[in-house]
Design a protein around this ligand. Structure first.
Ligand SMILES: NC(=O)c1ccc[n+]([C@@H]2O[C@H](COP(=O)([O-])OP(=O)(O)OC[C@H]3O[C@@H](n4cnc5c(N)ncnc54)[C@H](OP(=O)(O)O)[C@@H]3O)[C@@H](O)[C@H]2O)c1
Length: 433
């Protein structure tokens, strides 16, 4: 007899719809490889009358998501609704009923992850979430399982396709921010309200999850410093390009070891526009593609590249989890949970980078002396300086050596007070050199 595993799917939008289609397409192949037949037993949505381009058997669709979770015929629950409530309550109810859960919900995990992970541990059931970070790119399982023995120092990711698309347009076609955003919206890469993407909230949630699993630390979205891309100008990008860099929105997760001999460490997690040297692998990640670059201690550097969003790529990651959860459930086991210890979160002020800083100055003798004096006062040493333009349009472009954020911010404050400085341009951090 066929061993059927019945799946309850909460949500049937971009991801849920694609998952239902993918299960139908792959059910035979999955059965051949695992001996288990996945069957979509119930699908919960908000609006029953909405047109759906996926085929569902009679009686599968319902508005009662709590009933799907409680249904004794449902073995595993997939949550692809999004947001914190009701997703959180539904996931907790599923685990309490002994059902493994697969979710794609970064917002939930980055905010109340501790609670749902604890519930999974108590229930001894899988809570799998490959799709919550970088959509179709398998990075969660890699960090949780393949790299469990690896002392990971840093993980840097391009984890938001919308902003990567906009920055690529600005960089390759000289488009300004507004035009590039408009194009992204026309193509469906950006939402009508693009705030979560362009201001870095989405990347910050993913960064929190990456840091938590890479370092085994408790990190929530609120711990992540984030800056978006809306103030990046075509000028910044052009200058960066001339200097041999591309501008990318990076999520950067770093582990900083404590005193030698102790097991203590702290973690710094931030999202901001970053100048990446042209020869860094992340520099070539274009358009709406995502990539995650992992710097290990023994393994060296690794990069994972692919589609970080979209219904089918994301559903592929959900399906991989679903098969794992089904196999584990039938074997009466579950995958590694990981532990999340409380560590000190380093504020952005304590992080270091090289900095790019453009200044508009008056064309007058002694200007350079005043400006470099401000850097020296805060121990920020200058690696290079170039003048762009002439006379009244003169712009000085500085790149510093590795410096501390707090010192650079203090330098900025002093520069703004200088009479010879007309305008301090947007600061960009240089990482990956
Ligand atoms: N889209 C992507 O590329 C992507 C990538 C990675 C991760 N994710 C994550 O995947 C999740 C789903 O994203 P999505 O793009 O598929 O969203 P979506 O297209 O907006 O779909 C959400 C679905 O949830 C249903 N829903 C909303 N409230 C509900 C409720 N209270 N009870 C039952 N169903 C409810 C909606 O019903 P109706 O259809 O009736 O409105 C809809 O089918 C989110 O956590 C998202 O962050 C998405």
């Amino acid at each position: 007899v066929t061993d059927v595993v019945r799946v309850g799917v909460l949500g049937c939008g971009n991801v849920g719809g694609a998952l239902v289609a993918l299960v139908a397409e792959q059910a035979d192949a999955i059965e051949a490889r695992t001996g288990l037949r996945l069957e979509i037993a119930a699908v919960a949505v908000r609006n029953l009358s909405r047109e759906r381009d996926v085929e569902l058997s009679e009686g599968v669709l319902t508005r009662d998501s709590a009933a799907v979770v409680a249904d004794p015929d449902v073995d595993i629950v997939v949550e692809v609704i999004g947001g914190i409530e009701p997703a959180r309550e539904l996931i907790l109810a599923a685990l309490a009923a002994g059902k493994p859960v697969v979710t794609a919900n970064k917002e939930l995990l980055a905010n109340v992850g501790t609670e749902v992970f604890a519930a999974a541990a108590t229930a001894n059931r899988d809570l799998l979430f490959e799709a919550a970070v970088a959509g179709g790119i398998p990075i969660v399982r890699v960090l949780r399982e393949s790299l469990r023995g690896e002392p990971i120092r840093r993980v840097m990711g391009i984890v938001n396709g919308t902003t990567n698309y906009i920055l690529t347009k600005m960089s390759e076609e000289g488009a300004d921010y507004g035009a590039a955003l408009g194009e992204a919206q026309r193509l469906g890469y950006a939402e009508r309200d693009p705030t979560a993407d362009v201001e870095g909230f989405d990347a910050a949630a993913k960064a929190a999850i990456i840091a938590a699993i890479a370092f085994g630390a408790r990190v929530v979205a609120g711990d992540v410093y984030h800056e978006g891309i809306s103030r990046i100008t075509p000028d910044d990008i052009a200058v960066a390009r001339r200097l041999g860099y591309v501008v990318k929105l990076l999520a950067i997760c770093e582990r900083i070891d404590g005193p030698a001999g102790s097991n203590e460490f702290s973690v710094a997690v931030r999202v901001h526009p970053t100048m990446v040297p042209n020869d860094h692998p992340l520099a070539n990640v274009r358009d709406s593609y995502n990539a995650v670059f992992v710097e290990g201690g023994a393994v060296g550097n690794l990069m994972f590249y692919g589609r970080g969003a979209g219904g089918r790529p994301t559903a592929s990651a959900v399906l991989g989890d679903l098969i794992d959860a089904a196999v584990n459930l039938r074997q009466g086991t579950h995958g590694p949970m990981g532990t999340f210890t409380r560590v000190r979160m380093r504020p952005i002020d304590e992080t270091t980078a090289e900095y790019y800083l453009p200044l508009e100055v008056v064309d007058r003798p002694g200007v350079l002396h005043a400006v470099t004096g401000a850097f020296a006062k805060h121990d920020v040493s200058i690696r290079s300086m170039e003048q762009e333009g002439h006379a009244d349009d003169a712009q000085l472009v500085f790149i510093t050596h590795e410096a501390r954020e707090a010192d650079v911010q203090a330098t900025l404050r002093d520069l703004r007070d200088l009479e010879v400085v007309k305008r301090v341009g947007g600061l960009l951090r240089v990482v990956g050199a």
